[in-house]
Design a protein around this ligand. Sequence first.
Ligand code: SAM
Length: 322
Amino acid sequence: MIVDRQGRRFRNLRVSLTAACNYACSYCVPDGKRLVAAQDELSAEAMVRGVAYLIEAAGIERLRITGGEPLVSPKLDHFLREVARLGLQDISLTSNGQLLARKLPLLLECGIKRINVSLDTLDPDAFKRVARGGDLPTVLQGLEEARAAGLKIKINMVPLRGQNHEQVLPLLDYCLERGFELRFIELMRMGHLARDGASFQQQFYGMADLLENVASRYEYIQAAAPVDATALRYEIPGHGFFGVIANESVPFCRTCSRLRLSSTGWLHGCLSSSNRHYVGDLFDKPRHQALPALQRLLMKALADKQDIAFAGGTTIMKIIGG
Ligand code: SAM
């Protein structure tokens, strides 16, 4: 097992199935340009082999399928069916929910039990401004159907000052009423925001403001979370739970166990590092050739992790897999 001097190792793999997305969220991509699939994206078969090799070489236990938008990818069906047979402890998915109702039968058939859906506002106009694609009623309908089907649902919200921060309480109410766990994600200095510090500062709505906002309506207490969890978890007794991924205010690099695989076959050991390691060619090789080479690259990827705090990175989240 590859472990660094801080005792960190890779346990959680995030696979970006495609860089393509049907949204162009303002904090994720600049200029409202939707991203299309890269020409050199790996096939579903190669990605499944890659996941199997990474389970062996790195000790991956949990898989999250992300993107881009995983539900727009034609690879989803094959990929999901095959990774479901690899004996992972958990397989989950992060989506914007636009195609959730349509893909729900497939998710259920493949044994998916929990999903994270990104939803930044319940206000249709603000939704158009932030997501720059899709439509709110379809997402809400998909969420109702997923809930009725028994999926465990977390909602990801990136609060942005002046754009959707007044939606913190409406979204929290919406989630608590439905048994969804709301995750507030502090804005990260990724992509264009890593280059434009003024825009980042202007929009950043941090954990202190957020918790003050929540406290104006609810009493909450800290709740337990796994050691390598990225979110701080809180309970609102009698109502439910919410979490904060406070990459700026309470960095979690010391316990980070995440590894990311891009849709074009690059490993990223850290969101905050511009280093990446090409492994796509190894997934076409037999196991005995691929694993030793993969292990050497995994050591490099692990060394890319920040010691303490997230500093940002110029790569767009949709490319690395948010
Ligand atoms: N399309 C899917 C979705 O919308 O959830 C998966 C990909 S998206 C890149 C994954 C997550 O990254 C989303 O929850 C999104 O809000 C988050 N994200 C993207 N850019 C971010 C940024 N600059 N700061 C914080 N979160 C970001």
